[in-house]
Design a protein around this ligand. Structure first.
Ligand code: BG6
Ligand code: MG
Length: 213
């Protein structure tokens, strides 16, 4: 029996990955190199500073900490600008109905995201109230694949980890869920999300059958 479902935000509830990509690309261009959509896979699920470090590695740049903090802040200001115009229609197909269905069946719902912008996004999409508990980048010290974000969610929901299912689009996130001793459902490509217990391509027409392991 599953008592709780924990949802990643970027790439699971909405396609904010594309806005992260646009902002990182803009930064890389300013630094004089290009950043491809393939390279962007490596940034999914990873914290803001870790993402910057990967970007700089790709561009073969080594910079001091202070400059890095400035660049991360700059990228974030662009990102915030992009997401400020998000509307409810950017919720990925089926996910809201699926969450409502879970709630009707007394399954608790948590957010488990690395993002420090999660509240802003949930408000823009008008879905803050869907969640019984919100754990995001402002409340954790260790990035995915650490299980911290998911364990915190389970603890707050007062549910044991073995009774939780995590929905994740990033390899680091799937790994984090497994490290938390939870079930992991990968949203996307099985060849990338190798450690997931199950894979779905999206939430359209998804039933609670998916929670049977
Ligand atoms: C994750 C994204 O959800 O959040 C990453 O997949 C992103 O790409 C990370 O870097 C941190 O987000 P933010 O909004 O705090 O910069
Ligand atoms: Mg994600």
């Amino acid at each position: 029996n599953i008592d709780a479902c924990i949802f990643d935000l970027d790439g699971v509830i909405c396609d904010t990955a594309k806005y992260h990509y646009l902002a990182w690309k803009r930064l890389s261009n300013e630094l004089g190199f290009d950043f491809s959509i393939e390279d962007n896979e490596r940034l999914k699920g990873v914290s803001r500073m870790d993402s910057l470090n990967i970007l700089l590695e790709i561009g073969e740049k080594s910079l001091d900490e202070e400059t890095k903090l400035e660049l991360a802040a700059k990228k974030n200001s662009w990102y915030v600008e992009y997401i400020s115009v998000m509307k409810q229609d950017e919720i990925l197909p089926g996910v809201k109905d699926f969450i409502l269905n879970l709630k009707e069946n007394n399954i608790k719902i948590a957010l488990g995201s690395a993002s420090k912008n999660s509240m802003r996004i949930l408000k823009a999409l008008d879905i803050v109230d869907l969640f019984d508990c919100i754990v995001d980048g402002n409340r954790i010290t260790k990035a995915k694949p650490s299980p911290e974000v998911f364990l915190k969610g389970a603890e707050e929901l007062e549910v044991s980890p073995e009774k939780c299912v995590v929905f994740e689009d990033a390899a680091a996130g799937v790994e984090g869920a497994k490290n938390a001793n939870m079930f992991a459902i990968g949203v996307g490509d099985a060849s990338i999300l190798k450690k997931a217990d199950k894979i779905i391509s999206g939430f359209e027409n998804l039933t609670l059958e998916i929670l049977k392991f």
